[in-house]
Structure formats: structure tokens, C-alpha cells
Design a protein around this ligand. Structure first.
Ligand SMILES: [Zn+2]
Ligand SMILES: [Zn+2]
Length: 129
């Protein structure tokens, strides 16, 4: 939503509210991470959207299940673009990255090598190499 759209909505509830109050409130929300501001250079306007409070992303190790929080959301600016293209009203998203943590990654490599070696032994045995 643009600040003007929020202003129109707010006016329906409180007819004495003015646009500068909306801007002031939005700036407080942004400083407290309650809202997010997107600058759309092409259309020369700013959009505001609520930052979902439980909105977090993690990277998870599929071997030991270790989870690390990712501080920044890579999707937020992209949501608006998707909305424009699909005409959906997006209210949230989920994103999880997964792989092997620093400890498991080395172990995984060793496991893969062990597997390859054992397969080679089986082949060598079968074909009497
Ligand atoms: Zn791990
Ligand atoms: Zn996100």
C-alpha cells in the first residue's frame, strides 16, 4: 500500500487524521521493524507493507538438524513484483534453506568417498580386476 492508500483507509475510521500523521506513524513502524518500505523507482512511489512478526528464515542441516537463523529476508522486495504479475495479494511466505553444516559437510564428503570406494571394490571383485 502507498501512504496515500493507508491515509484513505485510516480516514474511514478517523476523519480528523492527516497525511503527516500517517507518515510519522509509518516512520515509527519502520524504525521498529513493524513495517517495511519499498521504493519503486520506476513508478516513483513508495510502498509500505507489514513486516510479519514471526517472519524468520532458517538454514537447516539435513544431517544433524542444526538450524541457523538468517537475518535478512531475500523475498520481501520480490513479493511486490509477484503480486503485480499474478494479481495475488500476498500475505506471507515460507523459505527454508537446507544443506550440510560445517561439521556434517566434511563427514558427508568422507561418506561419499567411502561409498565410491566400496562400490569400486564390489565392481573389481565381480569382474576380477
Ligand atoms: Zn549438521
Ligand atoms: Zn521472508
Amino acid at each position: 500500500m502507498t501512504a496515500e492508500e493507508i491515509f484513505i483507509k485510516a480516514r474511514e475510521r478517523d476523519k480528523y487524521i492527516n497525511l503527516s500523521t500517517i507518515y510519522r506513524t509509518l516512520n515509527i513502524f519502520i524504525s521498529k521493524d513493524i513495517a517495511i518500505k519499498l521504493n519503486l523507482e520506476k513508478e516513483n512511489k513508495s510502498m509500505f507493507q507489514l513486516n510479519m512478526m514471526d517472519h524468520q528464515h532458517h538454514i537447516r542441516c539435513i544431517s544433524c538438524n542444526k538450524k541457523i537463523r538468517i537475518d535478512k529476508c531475500p523475498i520481501i522486495g520480490y513479493e511486490y513484483f509477484i503480486e503485480e504479475n499474478t494479481n495475488f495479494h500476498i500475505i506471507g511466505h515460507k523459505l527454508e534453506l537446507y544443506g550440510y553444516c560445517s561439521k556434517c559437510k566434511d563427514k558427508k564428503t568422507i561418506d561419499i568417498i567411502k561409498n565410491i570406494v566400496s562400490i569400486l571394490y564390489i565392481i573389481m571383485d565381480k569382474y576380477h580386476i
